[in-house]
Design a protein around this ligand. Structure first.
Ligand code: ADP
Ligand code: ADP
Length: 230
């Protein structure tokens, strides 16, 4: 469970990006955070991943505030929380397989035969086993995002933060990626936090949603309730 309490973020320049954010995300949920450009979504996701420190407030994960973690504890936390991005974030000079192996390299400085076998299993799971030796530039957008999903799964995370993960994709690839994420959530119980500006994305895969406007949560609850016709 991720419990965000009274979270505020003011940037050094004085920009007040988040105000008193209170959000609870249950284990295994698919939780959407929706808002227009400038609403504070990126700030919130970077704060959950501790790429940014909040100005005040707490983020409790399994009952423990993580906002002050540093050193090895921070690295361990980041392995529990994987991310996928709008622009995929793949390493262009590495093969698909080596991209999926990268978290193993980052965690331990080496890639074992067992790691490679696991990476191949994950590529098979996302339907790209035959692309293991290809390079990212040889793949379509939807395929690149499937590689990024396999890479996110390599460290067996408890949470995957999906930051506008389908915003660069055409509608068909978007549907493929959303279905894959939903299936992986059901199979593994991994919690998905889906950051998006798209109501369509929220309606397709989220159970619960928080609506962000000008750095505040203006509505939250089940998707059925929040998006119910008035
Ligand atoms: P979104 O992801 O919903 O578009 P952001 O979190 O990027 O929203 O931005 C929220 C607000 O914080 C905006 O007013 C933006 O200009 C400001 N902001 C974002 N990043 C920074 C930064 N690094 N420094 C200063 N202000 C920032
Ligand atoms: P593109 O960006 O080229 O449209 P897609 O992600 O939509 O790529 O997928 C391309 C093809 O791969 C589709 O025919 C789709 O059915 C198939 N595919 C997608 N995901 C999987 C999967 N997890 N397992 C097997 N095949 C898949």
């Amino acid at each position: 469970m991720i419990s965000i309490k009274h979270l505020d973020k003011t940037y050094d320049g004085g920009e007040h990006a988040l105000s008193d954010i209170n959000i609870d995300i249950a284990d295994g949920d698919v939780f959407g955070i929706i808002g227009m450009s400038g609403a504070g979504k990126s700030t919130l996701v970077r704060t959950i991943n501790l790429l940014e420190r909040p100005t005040s407030g707490t983020i409790e994960v399994d009952g423990r505030d993580v906002t002050a973690l540093s050193g090895e504890e921070l690295r361990a936390y980041r392995r529990r929380v994987a991310m996928i991005f709008q622009n995929f974030g793949l390493l262009a000079q590495k093969t698909v397989l080596d991209n999926v192996c990268f978290p193993f390299l980052a965690a331990s400085g080496k890639v074992t035969a067992e790691n490679r076998a696991r990476a191949l299993e994950l590529l098979d799971r996302v339907g790209l086993a035959e692309k293991a030796q290809s390079y990212p530039s040889q793949l379509s957008g939807g395929q690149k995002q499937r590689v990024a999903i396999a890479r996110a799964l390599a460290c067996e995370p408890e949470v995957i933060l999906c930051d506008e993960a389908t915003s660069a994709l055409d509608p068909k690839s978007t549907n493929t990626i959303l279905k894959l994420l939903r299936d992986i959530n059901r199979e593994t119980g991994v919690t998905l936090v889906v950051i998006t500006h798209s109501m369509d994305v929220v309606e397709k895969i989220c159970n619960n949603v928080a609506v962000l406007e000008h750095g505040r949560v203006v509505e939250q609850g089940s998707v059925a309730k929040v998006f119910a016709d008035p």
